[in-house]
Design a protein around this ligand. Sequence first.
Ligand SMILES: Nc1nc2c(ncn2[C@@H]2O[C@H](COP(=O)(O)OP(=O)(O)OP(=O)(O)O)[C@@H](O)[C@H]2O)c(=O)[nH]1
Ligand SMILES: [Mg+2]
Length: 693
Amino acid sequence: MPYELSKLRNIGISAHIDSGKTTLTERILYYTNRIHAIHEVRGKDGVGAKMDSMELERERGITIQSAATHTEWKGQHINIIDTPGHVDFTIEVERALRVLDGAILVLCGVAGVQSQSLTVDRQMRRYDVPRLAFVNKLDRQGANPFRVRRQLIEKLNHNAVMMQIPIGAEDQLKGVVDLVIMRALYFEGASGEIIREADIPAELVEQAEEYREELLDAVSMFSDELMEAILEETVTPEIIKAAVRRATISRQITPVFMGSAYKNKGVQPLLDAVCEYLPAPNEVSNIALDLDHEEAEVEIESDPEAPFIGLAFKLEEGRYGQLTYLRVYQGTLRKGDTIYNRRSGNKVKVGRLVRMHSDEMEDIEESSAGDIVATFGIDCRSGDTFTDGQVNYSMTSIYVPESVISYTITTKDSQATQNLSKALQRFSKEDPTFRISSDPETGDTIIAGMGELHLDVYIERMRREYKVPVETSPPRVAYRETITRAVDFNYTHKKQTGGSGQYGKVVGTIEPNDQSNYEFIDKIKGGNIPREFIPSVDKGFKSMLDKGRLIEAPVVGIRVRLVDGNSHSVDSSDVAFQEAARGAWREAYGRAAPCILEPIMRVDIEGPAEFHGQIVATIMQRRGIIIGSTEEEGFSKVESEVPLSEMFGYSTALRSGTQGKAEFTMEFSRYDRTPAQIADDLIAKHEAEKKAR
Ligand SMILES: Nc1nc2c(ncn2[C@@H]2O[C@H](COP(=O)(O)OP(=O)(O)OP(=O)(O)O)[C@@H](O)[C@H]2O)c(=O)[nH]1
Ligand SMILES: [Mg+2]
């Protein structure tokens, strides 16, 4: 049954690791009667939270895959996606934010804005997602929502506005003051399900007035009506809410809510806020590319009567075959409909349409613009656009980050080999950041991904779900090669073999290019190389980029300028010019001062201030540089950049240096030149390995 659009919310819950996203979602499901008992992440009852349905997630107490659910709150329908915090699974956040209309940015009340909050914030900006902030864990020692709000302003540049202030702190946290209605809210009953409204406690009245003033000041900028009401002293909660709503949807402010998911405080007002302040699907603009008109941008309408357009944003192997999550952007999708995949041109029939509730599902007959649903058995890749054939549009795609680390994997018996290939196919289809390839010399399978945790999770899943015991090489870093000097080339490829020969001559330059991985510029004048062979030259150069000459790493950052050449009326051909380009490359590459690039990671560490020295030492020992460090209330945060190759085994080193009291996060930052000594070592190692093969 379709919903009234204005009563639909599609929201994501995203944040740094362990800030309480899954715990918060569990409460939301409980208060909205979707589940009838609360189970904790890593809880003593061993059941685990609803949204962390995978066995591995429950064991480790972390979210690995995002999970979708839907629920109802005060007559509004809400689709929710709970996402993982670990940056290794960042693609899950990326694709969730791509299809959601609003988000809750959860922050730990003690740690505040952490490294992953920055990443998630960047992703939210990439897709223009309006957000509410929820400062969680206010029950913890040292929690302070005012400090977190300041960090939102200073570190994330948000116009963060307090919507509430806390009543009590730490283990004395009792509730919140709602600054819109100027009432105290207490959460009572066994699981905080009873909300008691009362007067603001006397000792908080002054503070509440101060922050309300601030709130009105901040949002009146976006509402003439509120401005007037303030002057005339006729402010009502409705006027404030309308102003907050407008400012939030246009991403001018981030309203800040607070509480403790674990202690069941502050969740229901957050749900109210989702309905009140985050946009309905028809209040955000969605852009598609018109494939019939050179990908011109067209705004699409959340209109159930318009032609159907949907985006497959996530795939998952389910009990009944491939489950495809779809965001319906326009029109209506009915069970039994035939739809077209815009990338492959294939047409598929929608046999089953379901609504997801974590790992459970509910069959539905139709779904219309704005909704998030899933279907079975339609073959596609994640990021594919489907239409009903009436329009030839594609939704702009999802940003997929590069993989930086790889393992070579092997398995013993042949039965396992078959299962392994099944597992690899499935995982790489579901997760675009999990890439497979094979070593051309040894034939071994190489898996590449975002980090050790990412790959380890897949290896563990091969073991559990496919009964494939795999052995892995030590992790390898994804090096690249590039050149640092522009050089000219002048190369003639000539071969005489019996009948017709091969002839092609190319003249030009290869030079460093910091704009793209490869660019080919054709400057041929006067037809010294016939038009039809220019693409052959391009192709020849391109074919050399898979493997550099130093350590056979992919070559990036190259620009080729072709300025002159020569041809022969009989002996010149496509192949001859490709060969000429390859010859020119081989000859020029060594002269162009090639070098090795390595991935540099952004590494952020947090721990008790007494370990500051040890934390810094772990970075210095690893060719790292410190780019920032703060100490606040006995808590030390160190921000650094370290080459990925130095980071293996880091968690053990950090644990032993800090008695297990520090934590770190690591994320790809950029590629940079390796120091000469390291490059020499890598080349020597590569030579030795080549000999051994
Ligand atoms: N004290 C306290 N602990 C909390 C609160 N919310 C969550 N936790 C605990 O923090 C830990 C992590 O909670 P999760 O809900 O799994 O966090 P998450 O953000 O989903 O974690 P990932 O999905 O792995 O990034 C669990 O042990 C929770 O019990 C809170 O409000 N107060
Ligand atoms: Mg989680």
